[in-house]
Design a protein around this ligand. Structure first.
Ligand code: NAP
Length: 240
């Protein structure tokens, strides 16, 4: 079996691991020690040096940490590794991987459009965006995602991805945060539309603050969509 390391064993790294352990020898490294959690998930705990020697390296840390991490550690990265990121924005991490990874590394950007909440009953049929960057292995990654993980694969460039995600995530997570701050409640007399509104809050309101900041600030198109939304709210209020 090929060796695969998960760098960043936070919410998403821990969620991802069990989907990979029957296909790869999975190793993990994290700044905070989650060795016990790794053991529970049948993942081998590794030093950073050893984790970066594996055949496949999946970067699951926050995007805010990407540049410093790649700058500091690119010399430790297996020069023949396939390096994959899972960040919720794509232009920024892809540019950083191209800039800092050894030129012999293969690079694929991905964005799993699911997480612990939406994938709690399984990931079959869920959307998985793949941005091939510098690789001869696109076909095998797509085949693995489709056949082994049963995901719905969507191929996009990083720019196409970020433009769509400015609405799909930038707008939705923005609304979810506001609904959470307002503490909108469950009511007996709810309508289907209100149930959907509560779903937005319940699905997304619990994501980490760092993830929210990344979705809003690291996507170059998200601010414009938020501004449009706020302007339309203002116009509606004026009409009322
Ligand atoms: P998270 O729970 O906040 O975990 C963040 C990870 O980054 C942790 O491993 C954290 O280490 C590490 N990290 C942050 N700053 C660091 C620093 N300065 N030095 C070293 N390590 C640092 O976030 P997450 O939800 O797992 O998100 C991780 C990635 O997955 C993001 O790129 C996100 O866009 C992507 N993603 C998440 C989801 C989701 O539903 N959560 C879905 C799809 C994609 P510590 O534990 O030591 O803080």
């Amino acid at each position: 079996m090929k060796s695969l390391s998960i760098i960043g064993f936070g919410t998403f790294g821990q969620f991802l691991a069990p989907h990979l352990t029957s296909h790869f020898d999975v190793y993990a490294w994290n700044r905070t020690n989650y060795e016990a959690k790794a053991k529970e998930l049948c993942v081998s705990w590794n030093t950073l040096e050893s984790a970066l020697e594996k055949d496949i390296i999946i970067l699951c840390t926050n995007i805010s940490f990407f540049e410093a991490f790649l700058k500091e550690n690119s010399r430790l990265i297996n020069p023949h590794a396939l390096v994959i990121d899972v960040a919720s924005v794509k232009i920024k991490p892809v540019e950083l991987m191209k800039k800092y990874l050894p030129s012999t590394c293969e690079i694929v950007g991905t964005h799993p459009l699911f997480g612990p909440q939406s994938g709690k009953n399984g990931i079959e049929g869920l959307n998985f965006v793949v941005c091939p960057v510098r690789t001869s292995k696109s076909d095998s990654i797509v085949t693995f995602a489709k056949e082994a993980l049963k995901l719905n694969v969507i191929l996009r460039t990083p720019e196409e991805h970020d433009k769509e995600m400015a609405y799909v995530q930038g707008l939705t997570h923005f609304i979810a945060r506001a609904l959470t701050a307002m503490d909108v409640k469950e009511f007996v007399m709810k309508t289907r539309a209100y149930e959907r509104l509560l779903d937005i809050k319940n699905f997304l309101g619990g994501d980490s603050w760092d993830l929210f900041i990344s979705i809003e600030n690291d996507n170059p198109f998200a601010k414009e969509v938020r501004e449009m939304f706020k302007m339309e709210l203002g116009k509606l209020e004026e009409k009322l």
